[in-house]
Design a protein around this ligand. Structure first.
Ligand code: QAP
Ligand code: CO
Length: 166
């Protein structure tokens, strides 16, 4: 396994729309292992391939307290919003270190994705998992959590991260 370099906002490469994977091959398995290692190293709970400058539709997450439940989503799609009632959550992002912002999203969604065995899966998700899945799918579409906040706050974060050179 190897640690990957995480792009930091406002790196323009974070705005790239990722390409569908299609067939899950060894390169995708290796990528997901490296992404999980990189996510754990940064004490994250979710990481999209876009954040490590690989523009393929893959993300990983692990929201378990002891970090023992890695999950990999390939070609994920939100097929249905099961509860449109929006819930606010203070979100973080490994590409926006040190900043947390309240974002409102649908609280329950149905997601389809390909697993590492190449099987298409369907899952109903809610609570923190639903927040992370929507946050990560946004990354694959070049969207960031700072796009949901005021432009004044976004500018402040942009300037601070450009200066801090993390
Ligand atoms: C996405 O983000 C997420 O600022 C995953 O200094 C997070 O793992 C979605 C992290 C929360 C919903 C809720 C952030 C690590 C990790 C930081 C992360 C930091 C170190 C963020
Ligand atoms: Co993020």
């Amino acid at each position: 396994m190897s640690l990957l370099k995480i792009l930091i906002f406002p790196d323009p490469r974070l705005r790239t729309v990722a390409e569908p994977v299609g067939v899950v091959d060894e390169s995708i398995k290796k990528l997901s292992e490296d992404m999980l290692e990189t996510m754990y190293e940064g004490s994250g709970i979710g990481l999209a391939a876009t954040q490590v400058n690989i523009h393929k539709r893959v993300f990983v997450l692990d929201i378990s307290p002891d970090k023992t439940e890695p999950r990999v989503f390939v070609d994920p799609e939100i097929v249905e919003i099961l509860n449109p009632e929006k819930k606010s959550y203070s979100e973080g992002c490994l590409s926006i270190p040190g900043f947390y912002e309240e974002v409102k999203r649908p609280s329950k969604v149905k997601v389809s994705f390909t697993d590492l065995n190449g099987q298409r899966q369907m899952d109903e998700i809610e609570d923190l998992m639903a927040v992370v899945v929507q946050h990560e799918i946004d990354h694959l579409n070049g969207k960031l959590m700072v796009d949901f906040i005021s432009s004044v706050k976004r500018e402040m974060i942009r300037k601070k991260l450009l200066k801090s050179k993390v």
